[in-house]
Design a protein around this ligand. Structure first.
Ligand code: ADP
Length: 483
């Protein structure tokens, strides 16, 4: 098959700008797709963290008066990625993160900032840079949602469009008064366009107007077509279900490789090699050097989505079962305070590090017995994939990608040597308690536990299979459009 040229449009790309799993995906896909004949270049905003790391940067196109100031499209490479960068200092050259200032307050002009990203994506998609005309423009999440809209309403000849939902909870909804300022024509403001409950919906625009919609797991793809889990978009998604598919995320198995991980106490290939990491983890978190306890851990944003308030409710059971808990996370102040209080009340048994710390995340995955992921909803989830790769047993809510990536330990799945973890449903504290009890019981049978770990260690959590599905999707779309 011939080479396919794809322009990815995203507000985050690992390792240049990251707040969540979106960055991991956009950072990993180009490398995974390259052997499959897909060349992916990525358009990202020129945040300071991006501008500082560009190599071989050259101006590909100047954009006069671009949403309130001069801007340019810069072609460059960084960290093995081929990039276009929207260098618009009035929009992106400011301290803080991609969406909020250093104190966590969202930038008031995010509507304009990400309309600019969408417009730049659409402009590149139309081939305004010499010798660059992508076959497909692949936009990610609400921040890039207007890409398909600008192409739909402005381009005489447009490439195929793909829109990926990483998290339906963030939709980018803005006042209709912004329409003219964003540069969209009045005719775009209809239910078949960007209109969303009387406002402008960025994610809605992507969902409505892209040729193909994907999300990051098959179960989440089915869930979001329902009124209960569609977050206001269920009807629209249901109506476009024939265009929607779920493609699981993978993880970078070179970054996450227990056999060659310089960040952990002892690199390993078998469950036995984890013992030294377990001891090191207990020491690092100030937990008792207890060999028999089931050492549970959390590596997560601390937010309602992740269901960690349920874990606080279930903590007495975890303690009564003789378990230990190590929490690495940051986020909502109420949850941070509650975990700090739980640690203070249970010295040697519960400990937390309230920070975002990638090196420590590796150490937790390498040293804990089980990783808890009690999410209320989870589009795909990466933490449980890292756990499988590291031989930590994932204990997960049966929702979204967690349902698709962990095989529950039942007598049958254990006998078939397929089980990789523990699932529970519905997502309630009592069910989590039961899952914790079940996990401790499994842990008390060394042979069964070792088998679970081994099954996880040998499962394929790389991007290989999913990259093939994306490549197939691109080829299918090009063929449909007569390319
Ligand atoms: P989300 O994108 O909703 O936060 P995912 O599971 O898809 O959740 O991806 C989160 C990624 O960020 C995972 O790779 C996880 O290990 C990592 N992560 C989350 N919190 C922390 C933390 N406090 N320290 C280090 N890594 C973290």
């Amino acid at each position: 098959m011939s080479q396919v040229e794809v322009l990815a449009v995203a507000s985050e790309v690992y390792p240049l700008a990251k707040t969540g799993g979106l960055a991991d995906v956009t950072g990993a896909l180009p490398k995974a797709l390259a052997p499959l004949g897909v060349r992916m270049r990525t358009l990202v905003p020129g945040y300071p963290s991006v501008m500082a790391r560009l190599q071989g940067a050259r101006t590909a196109r100047r954009l006069a008066d671009f949403y309130g100031g001069p801007a340019r499209l810069v072609a460059a490479t960084a960290e093995g990625l081929e990039l276009f960068v929207l260098d618009a200092p009035h929009l992106y050259d400011r301290p803080g993160g991609p969406y909020a200032d250093a104190t966590g307050v969202e930038f008031p002009d995010n509507g304009l900032r990400f309309a600019a990203l969408g417009r730049a994506g659409a402009t590149l998609g139309q081939g305004i840079v010499p010798r660059y005309r992508p076959d497909i423009v692949h936009a990610h999440d609400w921040q890039a949602g207007l890409t398909a809209a600008f192409l739909e309403y402005e381009a005489a000849r447009r490439p195929g469009t793909v829109f990926t939902i990483h998290n339906l909870a963030f939709q980018g909804q803005y006042d209709r008064a912004l329409l003219a300022q964003l540069g969209l024509p009045p005719r775009a403001f209809t239910p078949d366009g960007v209109e969303y409950y009387g406002d402008i919906g960025f994610l809605k625009a992507g969902v409505r107007l892209a040729d193909r919609i994907t999300t990051v797991s098959p179960t989440y793809a089915a869930e979001i077509c329902t009124p209960e889990r569609g977050m206001g978009m269920g009807g629209l998604l249901h109506g476009r279900a024939d265009r929607l598919s779920g493609i699981l995320n993978g993880i970078d198995v070179e970054v996450w490789n227990p056999a060659a991980d310089g960040l952990i106490a002892n690199a390993y290939e078998t469950p036995e090699g984890r013992a030294a990491n377990r001891t090191a983890l207990q020491a690092r978190f100030g937990l008792d050097a207890d060999l028999g306890a089931t050492l549970f851990a959390v590596v997560s944003r601390l937010s309602w989505q992740k269901g960690l308030d349920l874990l606080l409710d279930a903590l007495p059971v975890l303690m009564a079962e003789g378990g230990q808990l190590a929490v690495l996370g940051s986020g909502e102040p109420a949850l941070e305070q509650a975990f700090a209080a739980a640690a203070a009340a249970n010295p040697g048994r519960v400990a937390c590090v309230l920070a975002y710390d990638e090196a420590l995340a590796h150490q937790v995955q390498a040293g804990c017995d089980a990783i808890l992921v009690p999410s209320r909803f989870e589009p795909c989830g990466l933490t449980q994939l890292c756990a499988l790769r590291y031989g930590a047993v994932p204990v997960v809510a049966r929702v979204g990608g967690l349902a698709d990536t962990v095989i529950d330990a039942t007598p049958m799945s254990l006998a078939a040597h397929a089980a990789t973890g523990v699932q529970f449903t519905p997502v309630e504290a009592t069910m989590l308690e039961a899952a914790i009890r079940r996990t401790v019981a499994l842990h008390r049978h060394p042979q069964t536990w070792r088998r679970l770990q081994q099954n996880g260690l040998s499962s394929d959590v790389s991007w290989r299979a999913s990259a093939e599905r994306y490549a197939k999707l691109y080829h299918g779309l090009i063929a449909e459009r007569g390319g």
